[in-house]
Design a protein around this ligand. Sequence first.
Ligand code: UD1
Ligand code: UDP
Length: 383
Amino acid sequence: MKKIRIMSIFGTRPEAIKMAPLLLELQRRPEIESIPCLTAQHREMLDSVMHLFGLSADYDLNIMEPGQTLSTVTAKALTGLGRVLDEARPDFVFVHGDTTTCFTAALAAFYAKIPVGHVEAGLRSGDVYSPYPEEMNRKLTGQIAALHFAPTAGNAENLRREGITDGIFVTGNTVIDAMRYTIDRFPGTFGNKLDDIDWPNRRIITLTCHRRENYGTPMQEIFKAAKTLVDRHPDIELVYPVHPAPAVREAAQAILGGTERIHLIAPLDTVQMHALLARSCLVLTDSGGLQEEAPALGKPVLVLRKETERPEAITAGTARLAGVAYDNILHEAERLLLDPTAYAAMANAVNPYGDGHAAERIVDAVLWRFGGMGERPGDFRPL
Ligand code: UD1
Ligand code: UDP
């Protein structure tokens, strides 16, 4: 029987983490020829994930430049992907999430008249400038995609509200599949300066911050609040694996650099990152993925944004919107650090985002819809 040729296109760290379980599942299916294609919108952060999951790509556009702009990434990825799709002519293309790579890959596949499956479909904040440009990227990708793999029932509902009614599957988020892989590989130590921390006697706060809409004043307020927190609480160690974007690195260094008990470190590999989360008491973040991972590990999350497209953990009580203002971030964090009852109320392991079987459901759905094989997979439902 002729195999179905499926190209998975991705380019950044979070896409790679969430596509890795899907690539592993595609490799396991005899009906499918899997063709991974990297834009390499990110470079070392992407390579780290590929290495961790033992993956390699058939195509690599290698487009990353230091300090790149949205237009340069879009133009380089679109031109490169046009060529790759012309050459490889896959039967189906997977894209993931809301990055510039995601939207551009969907557009390139549309130009080549190849059907697209959108993994992590239907997340919406309701504001096209926050997250920017991600909210627009995912809306536009939703218009192009033939199949929509919505992590949660709420995400599926968002699509229906936009008039998308066909081809929606509720699958759970593949990030929970990825965590099943990383948790089994947790290291005993981090092999860097974090090993000097007196872990048993310290409370660890993990911070990440990189969103474009937080560049400038919001990021400065966030960092100042983090610094005050550490100054006021001598048992706190703050660990911040700094995103390599120049705007982020410079702001982090200017406000947090050289401070005792603040650890500005290079990005961790994802096994180490999940191990750090598991050892933290609190997570402060504007990241999307961390809002899904920390609740699964029972760690309270304060979201450093004015909105979120991931309301499920807020509903479950393990995440709160702390905004981007100094006073509010400090107030929300101290409430948790000083009040054990408030902390206990948030420190629950919940998994509204998946059960670790999203990749299987996604591949089953493609085989059912495009290959005429198997059965329609049942929807993911959180316990
Ligand atoms: C991108 C995504 C964002 C996602 C984030 C995950 C878009 C528009 N944004 O934002 O949705 O949350 O990735 O991290 O698609 N850099 C390196 N090495 C790397 C990666 C990045 O040096 O491995 C530096 C480069 O200077 C690069 C800059 O970071 O130019 C920005 O990268 P870019 O992908 O444009 O934006 P992100 O902020 O990473
Ligand atoms: N992550 C990582 N190393 C780090 C920081 C984050 O592996 O030093 C992982 C994190 O666990 C999550 C993903 O990267 O799975 C989130 O990526 P990011 O915050 O860059 O992007 P977003 O999710 O906001 O799009």
